[in-house]
Each structure stands twice: as structure tokens, then as C-alpha cells.
Design a protein around this ligand. Structure first.
Ligand SMILES: N[C@H](CCC[C@H](N)C(=O)O)C(=O)O
Length: 337
């Protein structure tokens, strides 16, 4: 049967790490035949979802707009002519809300642009909490991820905006990979729900991440691959709680296979490695990825917490069955959608 029902989506970002968010219980979303192909299509930075395709000049227009990604020919859609918000996304969040619990629960599944599923995503979980807040008015949530259930708190701002904190579990340093030279960097391995490599460098802006990161991302010491972070210290007295401990952050993400504008599990990874190496004294570490600011609280032996802004960019609809490679020749029912 061909897919013709449009799935509503909302586009959110957390400090610049952006996601197409869909309600997993919506009939059109349940009917998505292949979540991997769907994520690959809608996340594409040239031909994926965009505000323009949705005719949505108003970020929070509730009814969305015209259908994105229509047509099954695989033909490229017109390129967005405004730089912000960006076409495509760093991933798709399939969210299943159970409002009957106290606090309400959200089952979160992140499908990445390469079709892989990540066990955890700090900024995605923060966006999930904001999304659930918009639906329930509640401010506390339990976010069920493949890495565990995480408590989230929303400090609401304007509709669609908020400052969201999420519990991130206790980071696990891999003692076998501490300050090890891999490729061009000296990295420490840490698991913050997903695997990360962290390297402290003099100036993150001098690193050619697209070249330096892939050999580390694929190194043998990371059997499941790794996200690769570089961080440089730029202490800021504004972080009075953390005695100034502030790092610039850049992250090359597994699954995106490129640099993202922010990474929450990466922020926690940097803070955890900094604490482990004795680089920071306090338990509050501020991170400055390219897309915003994140704060990590990381008390010794206790779960870390990640906080930062979340913004809803726009809403729209997308045909779930599109942009898939047809597995079989189209049946008699007509053109593949
Ligand atoms: N951007 C996400 C991380 C996604 C993890 C993913 N890239 C992987 O481990 O495959 C975050 O805010 O934590």
C-alpha cells in the first residue's frame, strides 16, 4: 500500500543541535515503512525538511504548511534561500509520550542521518522534554532512552522555547584509553550513554576536524565507533559556580559523520574527562559549542546533569513514504510515493 498520509513534525534545536521531532504514536508516523530511510531523507542538508518548503514564515504556525519532500522520484527540492533555520537536521527524534504517569514519560528513539540509532542524545533528550512540555504543560519528565531513564526539568520561556536540564547518568571513563595518542590527537575515551573521544587542544578553531576526526572515530579502541570532541579552555569569570571553568567545544558526530553545532553527550564527556584529569576543580563546567552554550554539573561519583536552551524552529508535514529507494518495482497501484 502506498503511503499518502502526511506526518506532522516539529523542528527543534538545542544549542544548535537540530532535530526533526515526530510523535511516534501518530498514525502517519506509525506507518513510516522504514525509519532509517525516512531519517536519511528528512535530515539531508540540501534536500531535507526546511521552513521554506513548508511555506511557514511563522516559526510556530500550528498547522504547518505545504508538504515537504513530496514526490517519490528522488528529485532534489529547491534549496533554502535563508540561512536559518537550516534545511535538514542532525537526526529524527521519534517520541512516544505517556502523559498518564507522574511525571509524564517519553520514550525517545534517535535515528541519525546515516540510518543508525543512537542509544542516547543529550540535546535530543532536552528537546524531547520541551516537546512534552508543550503538550502537557508539565515541567518534569522521565525520558526513556536506550541508555537508561533520565529525569528532565523544563524552565519554560516563550512558547516553543525553554531552558532544559537533563540527568545524564555517571560518565564511564575507559581507563585503558586515557590520554592515548590516536591519529593526530591525544584522546581519552569516555562513555556518556554513547562513546566519546575527548582531546584537549590549544585552540579548537585550529583543528581541521573533518580530517582529524574520522581516523579516531573509526579507531580499533572504539569497537562501536565514537564521537570525537576537541576542547580548549577559555575560562570565563561568568561561570562563578565553576570557578570559571569554560571550554570551547567542537564535536564530530558518529551517525552524522560530520561536525554538529553542539553535542550534549559530548559536553558531558569533556567535563568528565576534565574532572578525571584534574584539569578542573569545580563541579560546574561551561561549554561553548558553535551553536550555543551548555552547562554541565558533574559531582564526583554522582550523575552528571546537562542544561541549556531549546528552541522550536518551525512546524510542518512530511510524506513518510517518500525518498525511499523502492525495494521492488512499483506495483499496479500507481507511482511510488
Ligand atoms: N548530539 C547528541 C549525540 C548523539 C549521539 C550520536 N551521534 C552517536 O553516538 O552516534 C547529543 O547531544 O548528545
Amino acid at each position: 500500500m502506498s503511503q499518502t498520509h502526511a506526518a506532522p513534525f516539529e523542528k527543534y534545536h538545542g544549542a544548535g543541535n537540530d532535530f526533526v521531532v515526530v510523535d511516534a504514536s501518530h498514525p502517519a508516523v506509525r506507518g513510516i515503512p522504514d525509519r532509517r530511510a525516512f531519517a536519511t531523507a528528512v535530515c539531508d542538508r540540501s534536500t531535507g525538511v526546511s521552513r521554506l518548503q513548508n511555506g511557514d514564515e511563522h516559526p510556530s504556525r500550528p498547522d504547518g504548511g505545504a508538504t515537504a519532500l513530496d514526490g517519490g522520484s528522488g528529485s532534489a527540492l529547491p534549496e533554502a534561500v535563508v540561512p536559518e533555520p537550516r534545511t535538514g537536521a542532525d537526526g529524527v527524534l521519534f517520541l512516544d509520550l505517556s502523559p498518564e504517569f507522574t511525571p509524564p514519560r517519553v520514550v525517545m528513539t534517535l535515528v541519525q542521518p546515516d540510518g543508525s540509532v543512537a542509544a542516547m542524545c543529550g540535546n535530543g533528550a532536552r528537546c524531547a522534554a520541551q516537546w512534552a512540555h508543550e503538550r502537557t504543560g508539565e515541567i518534569e519528565f522521565m525520558i526513556d532512552t536506550m541508555a537508561g531513564t533520565r529525569h528532565a526539568t523544563v524552565d519554560p520561556g516563550e512558547p516553543g522555547d525553554g531552558y532544559v536540564e537533563i540527568e545524564m547518568g555517571i560518565p564511564r571513563i575507559d581507563e585503558a584509553v586515557v590520554e592515548r595518542e590516536i591519529g593526530e590527537l591525544t584522546v581519552t575515551a569516555v562513555d556518556t550513554g554513547v562513546p566519546h573521544a575527548v582531546a584537549f587542544v590549544d585552540d579548537v578553531h585550529e583543528i581541521d576536524l573533518e580530517t582529524v576526526a574520522p581516523p579516531i572515530r573509526h579507531a580499533d579502541v572504539f569497537p562501536d565507533g565514537a564521537n570525537v570532541n576537541v576542547a580548549s579552555r577559555v575560562d570565563d569569570p561568568e561561570n562563578s559556580e565553576g570557578e570559571g571553568a569554560t571550554f570551547e567545544q567542537r564535536t564530530y558526530e558518529r551517525g552524522v559523520e560530520g561536525e554538529t553545532r553542539a553535542c550534549g553527550t559530548g559536553a558531558v564527556a569533556i567535563a568528565a574527562v576534565a574532572a578525571h584529569l584534574g584539569v578542573v576543580d569545580g563541579t560546574v563546567v561551561d561549554l561553548r559549542p558553535p551553536g550555543g552554550e551548555l552547562r554541565v554539573r558533574i559531582p564526583d561519583g554522582e550523575p552528571a546533569h546537562l542544561s541549556g536552551p531549546v528552541t522550536r524552529e518551525y512546524t510542518g508535514t512530511v510524506l513518510p513514504g517518500v525518498a525511499e529507494e523502492p525495494k521492488d518495482p512499483p506495483a499496479a497501484e500507481g507511482p511510488v510515493e
